[in-house]
Design a protein around this ligand. Structure first.
Ligand code: NAD
Length: 483
């Protein structure tokens, strides 16, 4: 049983508002508890984070990076333990939970490289006058994260924001708060001073109190589009910088010349991986022309997924009901169900969990709910397209802009999709086109509000101030327009 309280000034503190139980989506058994802090506790935590930041921000980045290097080694030492808990609280398989942590470690390794790559710059811009830039911490920054990646999504920002000298306040999802305990313990053991890392549990009331606190200078958010907009508006109305990543409806364009095996595995794994609960999951397959052999491969692979082993559980019973209703509605609207997950049996001993099997809907209409709504489950909607122009017009009519992939063996057609897609992340024969670091992660349109990306080089200016210093030491005998 894991107890995830609130980490305030380095001490685990019980929240005075309520204590709540967490049950595993695998079998419904209780695996831990968390407690929600009061507004006074939140304000006190952020005030202490602001105090702690003063000394942390003064350290040279090389000293801060030493702590993060220890953090990396501790995470790698404890990776199995953390992955096990993380998988059991959000429904991922052990392999998926471990992969998410490894992506987090990759961002951490990028953060460790900032000390060597982002060394500032200086140039003589006029006779006797130089300009220089220095990166400075913002102060206290906050991050609000969703249920589906309890370690990876927070790890997109924790290492970079802390390396840059900020204090960091994390509000994990109230559906998956337990992993925060292990991340925070690893940072403590690594030698991070008390108060530089704070964990505050709870739902929207905790989020509002964090955004409103005057010491919080920047807010990162990852979650649904509805909440991404709320957080973006609340933060920017207060004049704060906000980067808010929202939901998704990702498209895959399948062309008849695609490699059978690559498309079968790549497309099936994209919509069944993490039981479809990831913002980069394939959701709509735009099948151009004659692709029946490819679709057969996708169905074959998806139907071989063993629940509880190769595919995990759904976060809540309510979400299983929503997915079931969405499949019913698609069927009513004329879609043909070529793989039906509604009757899937729970794995033995996990009957109390939240299960649904991979589902493939064929002949989905371009404007139906199944083709436009984010369902967030292992459901693939196939829309038959007459040509690539038709397929791209459907992909680009989506309000979301996270990912769009193409499966083909024709380089020119792949390049056409890469150029025309509105999405922020494009895949060529890759079903989940998450960029590796230092390439940044981030979508467009209703999938992202704010500028820059949440990881990699594009995130550095978000988590820091880019200060410019212009210097002259001597009077010049001749002058120009800037002297
Ligand atoms: P969610 O929006 O319900 O919750 C996300 C966070 O917002 C949680 O910490 C929650 O406590 C908080 N929250 C909820 N309601 C709030 C409110 N009214 N005001 C302020 N805060 C509030 O999302 P979820 O269900 O946890 O996660 C799934 C969603 O996240 C999907 O839409 C998925 O596409 C999206 N997601 C996006 C990305 C991305 O990179 N774009 C990555 C992962 C998940």
């Amino acid at each position: 049983m894991v107890v995830a309280n609130n980490l305030i000034a380095g001490k685990w503190t019980e929240g005075t508002v309520s204590a709540q139980a967490i049950h595993s989506p695998y079998d419904g058994k209780q695996i831990g508890t968390f407690s929600v802090p009061s507004k006074e506790q939140i304000n006190q935590a952020i005030n202490q984070a602001a105090d702690a930041q003063k000394a942390w921000g003064q350290l040279p980045i090389k000293e801060r990076s030493k702590v993060l290097f220890n953090f990396r080694n501790i995470l790698l030492r404890d990776i199995d333990k953390i992955a096990l808990l993380k998988g059991s609280e959000c429904g991922k398989t052990f392999a998926e939970a471990k992969a998410g942590l490894m992506k987090g470690v990759e961002v951490l390794e990028y953060a460790l490289s900032i000390q060597n790559l982002d060394t500032g710059g200086k140039a003589e811009v006029s006779r006797g006058v130089s300009c220089e830039f220095r990166r400075e911490a913002l102060g206290v920054v906050a991050n609000i994260t969703p249920f589906n990646f309890p370690a990876m999504v927070p790890m997109w920002t924790i290492p970079i924001a802390i390396a840059l000298g900020n204090s960091y306040v994390w509000k994990p999802s109230e559906k998956t708060p337990l992993t925060s305990f292990f991340i925070a313990e690893a940072l403590k053991e690594a030698g991070l001073p008390d108060g530089v890392f704070t964990v505050l549990q709870g739902g929207h009331e905790t989020v509002n109190a964090i955004i409103d606190h005057p010491a919080v200078k920047a807010i990162g958010f990852v979650g649904s589009t509805k909440v991404a907009k709320i957080v973006y508006q609340r933060g920017t109305n207060l004049g704060k910088r906000v980067l808010s990543l929202g939901g998704a409806k990702n498209h895959i364009v399948l062309l008849p010349d695609a490699n059978l095996e690559m498309s079968g595995v790549g497309i099936s794994d994209s919509f069944t991986g993490c039981a479809g609960q990831r913002c980069m999951a394939a959701s709509v397959l735009l099948a151009v022309g004659e692709t029946s052999n490819h679709i057969e491969q996708i169905v074959k692979r998806a139907s071989s997924m063993e629940l509880g082993k190769q595919m995990g559980a759904i976060i809540t019973k309510e979400q299983v009901q929503f997915l079931t209703k969405s499949i019913d509605a698609a069927e009513k609207a004329g879609a043909k169900i070529i793989l039906d997950g509604r009757q899937a049996k729970a794995p033995a001993g996990m009957e109390g969990g939240n299960w649904i099997g991979p589902t493939i809907l064929d002949n989905v209409q371009a404007n139906s709910e199944a083709s436009r709504l984010e369902l967030f489950g292992p459901i693939l909607s196939i829309i038959r397209c007459k040509d690539i122009t038709h397929a791209m017009s459907i992909a680009n009519s989506s309000e979301y802009g996270n990912a769009c992939s193409v499966f083909t063996s024709n380089g020119a057609l792949a390049e056409r999709v890469a150029k025309e897609a509105h999405a922020g992340m494009v895949g060529v024969n890759v079903g989940v086109p998450v960029p590796r670091e230092p390439f940044s992660f981030g979508g467009t349109m209703e999938s992202k509000f704010g500028h820059g990306d949440i990881t990699g080089e594009q995130s550095l200016n978000f988590w820091s101030n880019y200060k410019k210093i212009t210097t002259k030491w001597e009077m010049q005998s001749d002058s120009n327009w800037m002297s």
